[in-house]
Design a protein around this ligand. Structure first.
Ligand SMILES: Nc1ncnc2c1ncn2[C@@H]1O[C@H](COP(=O)(O)OP(=O)(O)OP(=O)(O)O)[C@@H](O)[C@H]1O
Ligand SMILES: [Mg+2]
Length: 88
């Protein structure tokens, strides 16, 4: 069964993005199929797993604002088992 882990903190600069990226990569290396969802407009998780924002046309924003299905915006990262819903 799928599990969802949220990384959130009201304070800035406390390691939320670093934690999310490394937790996701660690699960992927352990061969769990992992989907990292970047919900932060800074898009640091998206760039952090290696994507160039210039090359991304659809993101979590489209899922929330335009009812685009999530599967349409999922990107495969270079790490096996690690996919991303980007934010731009
Ligand atoms: N466990 C850690 N030990 C030392 N430094 C860390 C650790 N985790 C993150 N950092 C550093 O702290 C800084 C802030 O981390 P990060 O960008 O992950 O925070 P954030 O909470 O996502 O920030 P923001 O609120 O801007 O989104 C970065 O320079 C990062 O390299
Ligand atoms: Mg962050």
């Amino acid at each position: 069964m799928a599990k969802i882990i949220g990384v959130a903190n009201q304070k800035g600069g406390v390691g939320k993005t670093t934690t999310a990226i490394n937790l996701a990569a660690s699960f992927a290396v352990l061969e769990y199929r992992t989907l990292l969802v970047d919900a932060d407009p800074q898009a640091n998780s998206t760039t952090g797993v290696g994507f160039d924002l210039q090359n991304i046309t659809q993101s979590l924003y489209d899922c929330m604002a335009n009812q685009t299905p999530a599967q349409n915006v999922i990107l495969k990262s270079d790490i096996p088992n690690l996919d991303l819903i980007p934010r731009i």
